[in-house]
Design a protein around this ligand. Structure first.
Ligand code: NI
Length: 387
């Protein structure tokens, strides 16, 4: 208020004192100050905790609110809250746990996305731990052969191949740790082989073939002498390595009208060999014997591979109908009686000229030939019987 205030008039100067309306100047400044202090106080009170603790906001960690600062990272929250996402399990192929914690490690996600540990969190971020996925053990694939079978139909000493069988194959999948089989498939079915045995003789032909195995030996000469005396022919199945270098004996037998055929190179069980081994056994013997046409597999053992390999070398398999057992029962009369008991038209009769003491075979032979001839049998070689 100053002396020049136009609103101010000395008292009594112009009659009765006017009461002019005045602004509420005396009470209002205090109220204003109080209000100002109150507002500031409220503002400061509200702002103080946040600014004073460095808090920039809140995040939800696995559902619980957690205050964060302006530069709080994922790893800081994880450490502060001891976050430890669970690792998945290693499962076997059937889904059973074999290694707890052997699966995929768990993760910390921010907003459903796997977060880098140095990610800076913002107000309102949602942080969650996720258990890692389970992991199945690895599958091991194995294949195994399914052996085929070989059926033999018919009877008789001549063996021929109808169909060569083939092995099948089975595929298995199993857990590489548990060994549990989860799946198995047959990827190739086995095909059974088929062999036919037949007679070497046409119907009504009354003939038999005498055959001698395992030579040549010192008894062969005696047998050749008996056959020469009786004026008849026989078939010899000789072992290649025994006959090798005995071309004189081979020629002698053939010149006398006998057949010299194949009994393998080393008298091996051909069914124990693979195709290549069988091939070698037959071909070496055939070469040593100057060419052969029939193969008698040692021990009479054969399979479709033997028949097939023999076939590729032009050899037919021939077994026997009558086993004199001369290799086992060294008795001339027993040899004769076994022939008498079992012979029939077309029979192939098995005896031995090698492989041991064959003196009883030599002794029995004249009576065997005489008896067969008296019974009306023609004695022939295998080739003529098979033709
Ligand atoms: Ni033999």
């Amino acid at each position: 208020m100053t002396a020049t205030d136009p609103h101010r008039t000395p008292a009594g100067h112009d009659g009765p004192r006017r009461r002019e309306p005045r602004p509420n100047k005396s009470a209002h400044p205090l109220l204003r100050a109080l209000l100002t202090v109150a507002v500031l106080t409220l503002l400061l009170t509200a702002a103080w905790p946040a600014r004073g603790l460095g808090t920039a906001g809140f995040v939800l960690v696995d559902g619980a609110p957690v205050a964060i600062g302006g530069q709080t990272t994922v790893v800081q929250v994880a450490n502060a809250r001891d976050l430890a996402p669970l690792t998945g399990a290693r499962l076997d192929v059937a889904g059973d746990v074999i290694v707890p914690g052997g699966g995929i490690p768990g993760t910390i996600e921010v907003g459903s996305t796997v977060a880098p540990l140095d990610l800076i969190l913002h107000d309102g971020s949602v942080v969650a731990t996720r258990r890692g996925a389970d992991r199945f053990e690895a599958l091991a694939r194995t294949t195994a052969s399914i052996p085929h079978e070989v059926r033999v139909e018919g009877s008789g000493p001549v063996v021929s191949l109808v169909r060569k069988g083939s092995d099948g194959e089975r595929e298995s999948f199993r857990g590489d740790r548990s060994g549990r089989t989860v799946a198995e498939f047959i990827t190739r079915e086995p095909v059974d082989g088929s062999l036919r045995r037949s007679s070497a003789l046409a119907e009504g032909q009354k003939a038999v073939a005498l055959t001698f195995d395992d030579g040549p030996s010192r008894f062969t000469t005696d047998i050749l002498a008996v056959l020469a005396e009786k004026g008849t022919a026989a078939t010899f199945f000789w072992v290649g390595k025994v006959a090798a270098g005995r071309s004189d004996m081979i020629r002698l037998a053939r010149d006398a009208g006998h057949e010299v055929e194949n009994h393998s190179w080393s008298h091996a069980d051909l069914t124990a060999l693979n195709a290549e081994g069988i091939h070698t056994e037959i071909s070496r013997a055939a070469e040593a014997l100057g060419g052969t046409r029939f193969l008698r597999p040692p021990y009479g053992k054969y399979n479709s591979t033997v028949v097939e390999q023999a076939g590729t070398l032009g050899q037919s398999l021939v077994l026997w109908d009558v086993d004199t057992l001369d290799w086992k029962i060294h008795d001339a009369s027993s040899i004769l009686s076994r022939v008498q008991a079992a012979v029939r038209p077309g029979a192939v009769i098995l005896m031995h000229d090698g492989g041991g003491d064959r003196s009883q075979t030599v002794a029995a032979l004249p009576a065997v030939v005489d008896w067969l001839l008296n019974e009306g049998y023609a004695l022939t070689t295998l080739q003529h019987l098979a033709d």
